[in-house]
Design a binder for this molecule. Structure first.
Ligand SMILES: NC(=O)c1ccc[n+]([C@@H]2O[C@H](COP(=O)([O-])OP(=O)(O)OC[C@H]3O[C@@H](n4cnc5c(N)ncnc54)[C@H](O)[C@@H]3O)[C@@H](O)[C@H]2O)c1
Length: 368
């Protein structure tokens, strides 16, 4: 069977996925779609893709079987639901993030699950962390039982605002940018720091108590914005469904290079990653892990150019395409995607209640 795939959103991120989709041996037809005529024309020419559509609404009226959505993050849940209801398999870069209201985010989680269940279409969230080499390495160790029982995990997404985030916010809003859109809520985009831990351990967060930090002279996270949040750094302490503990840190005011990764400790072995490298630890000592040599099987062309975010792009495309072709739930299906997201929503709510321990909602496992 060969699949037809539409890439919706040919902006800064989406365009990196055109080549691996075009070159995937199970993809027989690729189409591009963007509201912006210029971006569409540029990508069509650069990647030699002729079939183009000017909006999501239009591509959903075609017989394309699956759409990969790379539009602005606050559009993903409604657009994925719209696509599934139109009979398409849907992929989004995140489930739903960056909305100022936690209630609204949880409501979108409900609706995403309802749509995935009700339509029977495949939904996949393209969380890059899940295919970074450290996650692949830890998955193998986990499958071999080498961690023993999980004890404690730390997930962090260190991304200082000065690393291009002011510009990212402005270009994503485009003409509708104004000063009220400054700021945001770091814990409302927690999937890079929660995803690796949840994927490897198979456990999920059940309770959280969280705190936040406001930088002196803060000039971006301000009360008079849509989000009304003043904290650029947030840390949550979690109880996990397997009895272990985890700490998640979402940092936007931090004097380090960017890093999205995790550490994971078990009763028999542990994995640590920092800026200088990665190590596997046991009671007897430690051995360095060469992450550049860690990989999973991929079709030849995708393996030759894995793409950005730790080489995750090719894996994400391969997993989505194969889950559609094989008609099976992808690794990060709708049920797993909301498990990556809800812990952050509840962490921010806990911060607003002075660190009160709160329950994290759960939508259960994907039905087989
Ligand atoms: N590590 C990661 O996982 C990672 C990294 C970067 C970006 N992202 C995510 O990727 C997504 C895209 O980010 P970006 O920086 O490329 O944004 P962008 O603003 O550069 O691109 C979004 C594009 O979507 C198009 N679009 C919006 N609505 C549309 C519609 N209805 N129909 C067709 N096209 C439409 C816009 O015209 C724009 O070109 C975001 O959700 C972002 O969070 C994830």
């Amino acid at each position: 069977m060969s699949l037809s795939v539409g890439i919706v959103g040919c902006g800064a991120f989406g365009r990196h996925f055109i080549e691996p989709v075009r070159d995937h041996p199970q993809v027989g037809r690729i189409a591009l779609c963007d509201l912006d005529e210029q971006k569409l024309a540029e990508c069509s020419k650069q990647f030699g893709v002729e079939e183009c559509y000017p909006s999501l609404d239009e591509i959903l009226h075609t017989d394309i079987e699956a759409v990969m959505i790379f539009t602005q993050p606050w559009l993903h849940a409604p657009q994925a639901i719209q696509a599934m209801e139109a009979g398409k398999h849907a992929y989004t870069a995140v489930p739903v993030i960056s909305l100022p209201s936690g209630d609204e985010m949880l409501d979108w989680c409900d609706r995403l699950i309802e749509a995935a269940e009700g339509t029977g279409q495949i939904y996949m969230m393209g969380e890059t962390t899940v295919y970074r080499p450290e996650t692949i390495f830890c998955r193998r160790k986990a499958a071999a039982g080498e961690f023993g029982h999980y004890v404690y995990a730390e997930g962090h997404y260190l991304h200082d605002m000065s690393h291009n985030l002011y510009n990212v916010a402005k270009w994503r809003w485009g003409e509708s940018w104004d000063d009220s859109k400054r700021g945001g809520i770091p814990m409302h985009y927690p999937t890079h720091s929660t995803g690796g831990i949840i994927d490897v351990t198979g456990a999920h967060m059940t309770h959280v108590s969280a705190v936040g930090y406001t930088m002196p002279d803060e000039d971006w996270f301000l009360p008079d914005t849509q989000a009304g949040n003043t904290m650029g750094d947030m840390v949550g302490l979690y109880r996990m469904s397997d009895g272990s503990m985890a700490r998640i840190a979402e940092m936007r005011r931090i004097g380090t290079p960017c890093l999205e990764t995790f550490r994971l400790y078990g009763t028999e072995g542990a994995f640590e990653r920092n800026f200088s490298g990665a190590v596997w630890l046991t009671r007897d000592g430690q051995e360095p892990v060469d992450l550049s040599r860690v990989e999973e099987p991929l079709p030849e062309k995708l393996a030759a150019a894995k793409g950005g975010h730790g080489g995750s792009h090719s894996y994400l495309v391969h997993e989505f395409v194969m889950s559609c072709v094989e008609e099976r739930p992808p690794r990060v299906n709708a049920w797993q995607a909301v498990r990556f997201l809800a812990p952050g929503v509840m962490a921010y709510r806990s911060i607003q209640r002075d660190g009160e321990m709160l329950e994290v909602p759960d939508w259960g496992d994907a039905p087989h």
